[in-house]
Design a protein around this ligand. Structure first.
Ligand code: IPM
Ligand code: MG
Length: 388
């Protein structure tokens, strides 16, 4: 089903592309030219996005595609220029695109902003505006980087390859937030709520993802304490009936955080609510070696653009020094090709190029080990580009 998006008039590229979390990814037909919204963001954002665009250009040249890039300012730089973290125009550009590539936003410069105007708020508004409810965050260790894994050697050697499917536009992130004075002192409240359809749609994404993998879903909740978790569990069990080939188990979030470092090999697909997913996906990324390597895809309904970003932050401490690892963003660009543009071969070409560069021993600072070759952000980008 194709649908145009209201309020997003486009001349050169009307968005008809599909992110299909609930369909097989090879069902997306490649179309030309692809129109990509680009959010460079703050801190190291512009550097890593620059390298990812270079890799996309190499793909375009090799496979004969045309990518049109549209800049969409967001984050602290947008606050500086337009007074708000997500200008209306940027959201429109993203809505009208075939996919959005994002670096990272935020930094100490904007820490004093009121909560409603922080750079992170721009990101949350964007996720909500795009209705990208399913956030896919893989935790997969490159075998050549097993030395960078902080876990015991025998655990690392058994391999780590799972994916966190995080609900992204509900829960406490999007509930009411308020501070009031009660009995002469301030009391703060954040509301966490989930409705059935919100749980059902993310559960479907998890089960379909598992169908294409090792067919195991672990649903993570806190059903021994939270009402939202009890509803979560009930709905996930109901959805599981549609996927008889996929095994389902439930785990409390505290136990899950322990199991991820104790026996990560037991996981295939973890599905969980927004905040638990935020926390567990950071933990999961770290055991693969470096947070700098992990891409993510945020997907909504068919016909809507997906959002693609590395899972790390804007790292203001190393911004502008050519030290950042661009691999997470480059792999996010591969996800964009796969999930939003239906370009599986091209996505694999990028993933292969990253593997080759790592096999050859090239390393940015965050994954450097003895005997390897240290390179900066630009050089890492160039090496990957050359091997596409
Ligand atoms: C992430 C980040 C964001 C989140 C922040 C920047 C709002 O930590 O993408 O994981 O909490 O979702
Ligand atoms: Mg996070």
């Amino acid at each position: 089903m194709e649908k145009t998006i209201a309020g997003s008039p486009r001349d050169d590229c009307v968005s008809l592309r599909h992110s299909r979390p609930t369909e097989r990814r090879d069902a997306v037909a490649p179309r030309e030219p692809a129109c990509l919204a680009v959010i460079r963001g703050d801190g190291i954002g512009p550097e890593i996005v620059g390298e990812a665009l270079g890799v996309l250009d190499a793909v375009a040249e090799k496979f004969g595609h045309k990518f049109i890039y549209k800049e969409a300012p967001m984050g602290g730089n947008a606050i500086d220029r337009f007074g708000v973290p997500l200008p209306e125009e940027s959201l429109k550009t993203c809505l009208a695109s075939d996919g959005v590539l994002l670096g990272a936003v935020g930094g100490p410069k904007w820490d004093a902003q009121p909560p409603e105007n922080r750079p992170e708020k721009g990101l949350l508004k964007l996720r909500n505006g795009l209705s990208v409810y399913a956030n896919l965050r893989p935790a997969k260790m490159f075998p050549v980087l097993s030395a960078a894994c902080p876990l015991r050697k025998d655990i690392a050697e058994r391999g780590i390859d799972f994916i966190v499917v995080r609900e992204l536009v509900g829960g406490v992130y999007f509930g009411e937030h308020r501070t009031e004075t009660r009995d002469g002192e301030r009391t703060a409240t954040d509301v966490m709520s989930y409705s059935e359809h919100e749980i059902r749609r993310i559960a479907h994404v998890a089960f379909r993802t598992a169908e294409g993998r090792r067919k195991k879903v672990t649903s993570v909740d806190k059903a021994n304490v939270l009402t939202t978790s009890r509803l979560w569990r009930e709905i996930v069990e109901d959805v599981a009936k549609d996927y008889p080939d996929v095994e389902l188990n439930h785990m409390y979030v505290d136990n899950a955080s322990m199991q991820i470092v104790k026996e990560p090999g037991q996981f295939d697909v973890i599905v969980t609510e927004n905040m638990f997913g935020d926390i567990l996906s950071d933990e999961a990324s770290q055991i693969t070696g470096s947070i700098g390597l992990i891409p993510s895809a945020s997907l909504g309904e068919p016909g809507r653009p997906g959002l693609y970003e590395p899972i790390h932050g804007s790292a203001p401490d190393i911004a502008g020094q050519d030290k950042a690892n661009p691999i997470g963003t480059i792999l996010a660009a591969a996800f964009l090709l796969r999930y939003s543009l239906g370009m599986e071969t091209e996505a694999q070409a990028i993933e292969k190029a990253v593997s080759v560069v790592l096999d050859e021993g090239w390393r940015t600072g965050d994954i450097m080990e003895e005997g390897k070759q240290l390179v900066g952000c630009r050089e890492m980008g160039r090496l990957i580009r050359e091997r596409v």
